[in-house]
Design a protein around this ligand. Structure first.
Ligand code: ADP
Ligand code: MG
Length: 381
């Protein structure tokens, strides 16, 4: 009888888990909103339903070895209900409840004495003004829940801008937190995979470059001194242990002068780990499956001295980058990953990776590949 892993959600993360599941002989069952979703196109089993519907979650969970996640936008009480019914859910409800809410992430990080930006959960606009008076403008405002790819993050330069964000949040019933605006030199990310018993493997830190809050490029090795990367890796390991993560935990960090600050956590495979498919011996998707199944974990060592990745995002003209793939494939050594999602301006539709010896050359290649996919290829002769 095949081992079956149920995944809440059917986006690109579940799709890449399905790819990693094949050589492991694992059957993936995804909970998809409809059969056109990214992972629903490729998973051997698809349950159509909403993660907001406990009965849909029960249909996903029936007979599986373990339930895990493509996204954390699920009601922690529903996860608790599944656990109470005997379903093995990894990571469990407590970890989901922590990561689903940026305010709870910050509380958990404070308990673990992890360094982080100055921050406060907000109950009133007066409190926001008090924070800015104490720490200066601009401030960063964040939706506690539901944000991703920079949606739900606002930099407010002054009280007028902050008031607009505050009013919008009150109107839509979104809880906010405020953070100091960190002068970031470099953003790095560390992916960790942890088994229920505590065995943990850590991927080497990578640099991530965000554009308008969305990951745009990723580079290994990161342009930071060795000890900073090692501190980031140790920090990620201890956070995974401290919150009891199981499966992949991604830790986003800011390097600011000699400060290393934790930005946020994701308790699932993460965009900052996508280059591990070609760039590390075992990918984050393989290690996520191995970890949630409580199987021995794979080697996180880099498979080459360097790698680079660029995300493929829907162009402003609404065209589909997939139609331009053949021209992008003229770039030597380019590894394409298209997610099978409908093209919309600004939507994450795929990524390209290149692996080799020299970061600058690899970055030029993936940028060229992404530009060709984006339809900006004419300038690149
Ligand atoms: N306190 C901060 N100071 C400066 N920049 C920040 C701060 N918080 C977030 N950012 C910028 O915004 C990006 C998105 O914020 P993040 O909290 O990671 O939101 P998301 O959940 O959308 O990824 C970060 O990668 C970083 O570039
Ligand atoms: Mg982020």
């Amino acid at each position: 009888v095949a081992v079956v892993v149920g995944v809440v959600g059917a986006g690109q993360l579940a799709r890449m888990m399905a790819q990693a599941a094949i050589p492991l002989g694992v059957r993936l069952r995804v909970l998809a909103r409809d059969e056109h979703e990214s992972a629903a196109q490729v998973a051997p089993e698809v349950v159509v339903g909403s993660p907001d519907d406990l009965d849909a979650l029960r249909r996903l969970a029936e007979g599986v070895d373990v339930v895990t996640f493509d996204h954390e936008l699920v009601e922690p009480d529903f996860v608790r209900a599944l656990e109470a019914e005997g379903v093995v859910v990894r990571p469990g409800a407590e970890v989901i409840a922590t990561v689903v809410d940026k305010r709870r992430q910050r509380e958990a990080l404070a308990r673990l004495h992890a360094p982080q930006p100055l921050h406060e959960p907000l109950d009133s606009f007066a409190q926001l003004e008090g924070f800015a008076a104490a720490h200066g403008w601009p401030v960063v405002l964040k939706a506690a829940r539901g944000g991703y790819d920079g949606r739900g993050v606002w930099v407010a330069e002054d009280a007028v801008a902050a008031q607009l964000v505050w009013d919008g949040a009150v109107e839509s019933g979104v809880a906010l937190l405020v953070e100091e605006h960190v002068p970031i030199d470099v953003e790095v990310a560390v992916v960790v995979a942890r088994r229920p018993g505590g065995q943990t493997v850590v991927y080497p830190a990578v640099q991530t470059v965000q554009v308008e809050g969305m990951l745009h490029e990723l580079v290994f090795p990161p342009p930071v001194a060795g000890p900073i990367g090692e501190r980031a890796e140790e920090l990620a390991r201890s956070i995974a242990h401290g919150i009891g993560a199981v499966g992949v935990l991604a830790v986003e960090l800011f390097v600011s002068g000699d400060r290393l600050l934790v930005n946020e956590l994701a308790a699932r495979p993460h965009n900052s780990g996508h280059a591990s498919i070609e760039g590390n011996v075992a990918s984050q998707f393989e290690n996520h499956l191995r970890a949630v199944l409580d199987w021995p974990l794979g080697d996180t060592a880099p498979a080459a001295p360097a790698f680079a990745l660029v995300n493929v995002v829907g162009p402003a003209d609404g065209s589909d980058p997939a139609v331009r793939l053949p021209s992008a494939l003229s770039v030597p050594g380019l590894h394409p990953h298209l997610y099978g999602k409908a093209a919309k301006p600004g939507r994450k539709l795929g990524h390209v990776t290149a692996v080799g010896d020299d970061v600058a050359g690899l970055l030029a290649r993936v940028r060229r590949g992404a530009a060709l996919l984006h339809g900006e290829g004419e300038d690149w002769a």
